[in-house]
Write a protein that binds this ligand. Structure first.
Ligand code: FE2
Length: 427
């Protein structure tokens, strides 16, 4: 085996290629050639990742069979006091997901939930609701399950709270933010990323959401920045692939589309606004950060048609399915019971989905608030967030529904604290 690294530039498309299938064929051939130039075959490189992942799958399957909890849980008090144990940190790294217990006092979270109801009812939201603005979270009845509401006082209070900032900084620090003399992001400053809320009532039937990923689609293989970010998968140094390395991930472009997320997130997350039992249609993940390497390399194997990326395409979420990822899906693991005020987090590249439920017991209410540290990509999105905040509009990553433009009790500029201002790029 030679250790040479092929430095021939890969074909890349900084905007969506006009002919997707031709571009897939071209980039796959080039990635295979680059791997081959290292002296290893695609099959050998994939086998390295497959083994790493298979060991984790076996461990998780055994834990589930023993009835043990798979998801790490850390008390907010330990994060705030800096007393999280080394064992807990190691498990967070191993699993890539986390429940933060008592992130907010339960009474606070329940009060926020009630305030959101008052906010939307005072603005006659349910009378005016026009149906889902996108097909991603669609298929609900006349009352939405996902509320396209971004600027309620409750959401903004949570986003700019000290408690949220502490947890985000803790999570951001699980990633490597500096390498090769570059500071890829600032772990101690979050860029405020407005997202929606979900309120699912008792008795609800929900089909759930199939297993998928959110970091992007074809750009993960096709833009220069991501080709560098995932370089170890493609240049014969697969052993060095580190899912926690932010290098080259925080400045490059995303392909536009209905499922895009403009910002770089270290973790996706939500804060519970109601108590939820683990069997009531809750979030599941494949809690293996290295699985991203498997997902990136799998399309290069010979059994996948040359113009297919295992079903990944623009304008659709990145699917994880039994056809191509059966090994990974054995490890699907749900969150434990959570209380209002707990928060739930998962590595931004992680496979996740939502279980179906019939006749749900209790409410299923959450505020989506990720950890999205300040970096060039997030700074570039911030002006559109500021404009959406100023006008009460839907942020540009989301359907242009704009319900809140005429709602005068939304969170106001004067209510911003220093964290909120910094998160919007104002100070
Ligand atoms: Fe998702």
């Amino acid at each position: 085996m030679t250790a040479s690294v092929d430095t021939t530039p890969l074909p890349h498309w900084e905007t969506v290629p006009a002919d997707l299938k031709a571009a897939i064929r071209e980039v796959k051939a080039a990635l295979r050639a680059r791997i081959a130039a290292s002296g290893r075959t695609v099959e050998e490189v994939f086998a390295v990742i497959e083994q790493r992942v298979a060991a984790r799958v076996a461990e998780i399957v055994a834990q589930k069979e023993r009835g043990e909890a798979v998801w790490p849980v850390i008390d907010y008090a330990d994060i705030a006091a800096g007393t999280v144990s080394d064992e807990a940190l190691a498990l967070l790294h191993r699993r890539g997901c986390l429940v933060v217990r008592g992130h907010f006092p339960r009474e606070q979270a329940l009060a926020w939930d009630g305030e959101i109801v008052d906010y939307v009812e005072s603005n006659r939201f349910f009378e005016n609701y026009r149906g889902p603005g996108d097909d991603f979270f669609g298929s609900v009845g006349s009352k939405p399950e996902i509320y396209p509401v971004y600027w309620s006082p409750a959401q903004m209070q949570a986003r700019q709270s000290d408690r949220m900032a502490r947890v985000q900084a803790f999570l951001n620090r699980q990633w490597r933010s500096e390498s090769d003399g570059v500071r890829w992001f600032d772990p101690d400053r979050d860029s405020l990323y407005p997202d929606r809320i979900r309120r699912r009532p008792p008795g609800a039937d929900s089909g759930g959401l199939g297993t998928h990923l959110d970091p992007g689609t074809l750009e993960l293989w096709m833009t220069q920045a991501y080709q560098r970010a995932f370089r170890h998968l493609f240049d014969g140094t697969v052993e060095q692939y580190d899912p926690w390395d932010a290098a080259h991930r925080t400045a490059g472009p995303q392909y536009p589309g209905t499922t895009m997320c403009s910002v770089f997130r270290t973790f996706q997350g939500w804060t519970a606004l109601s108590d939820m039992d683990h069997d009531q249609g809750v979030l599941h993940t494949v809690p293996i950060p290295e699985a991203m390497g498997y997902l990136m390399l799998r399309p290069l194997l010979a059994d996948v048609p040359d113009d297919d990326m295992c079903g990944v395409t623009t304008n659709k979420v990145f699917p994880a399915n039994e056809t191509w990822h059966a090994l990974l899906l054995q490890a699907v693991s749900g969150i434990p019971d959570v209380k209002a005020g707990d928060s739930v987090w998962w590595h931004a590249d992680m496979i996740h989905g939502v279980d179906p439920v019939t006749d749900q017991k209790g409410w299923g209410n959450v505020m989506y608030i990720p950890a999205a540290p300040w970096c060039p990509r997030n700074e570039a999105y911030a002006p559109s967030v500021r404009e959406a905040f100023r006008t009460g509009s839907s942020p540009s990553d989301f359907p242009a529904e704009h319900y809140e433009r005429t709602w005068d009790n939304r969170f106001s500029f004067d209510d911003l604290n220093e964290t909120g201002r910094r998160g919007l790029g104002l100070g």
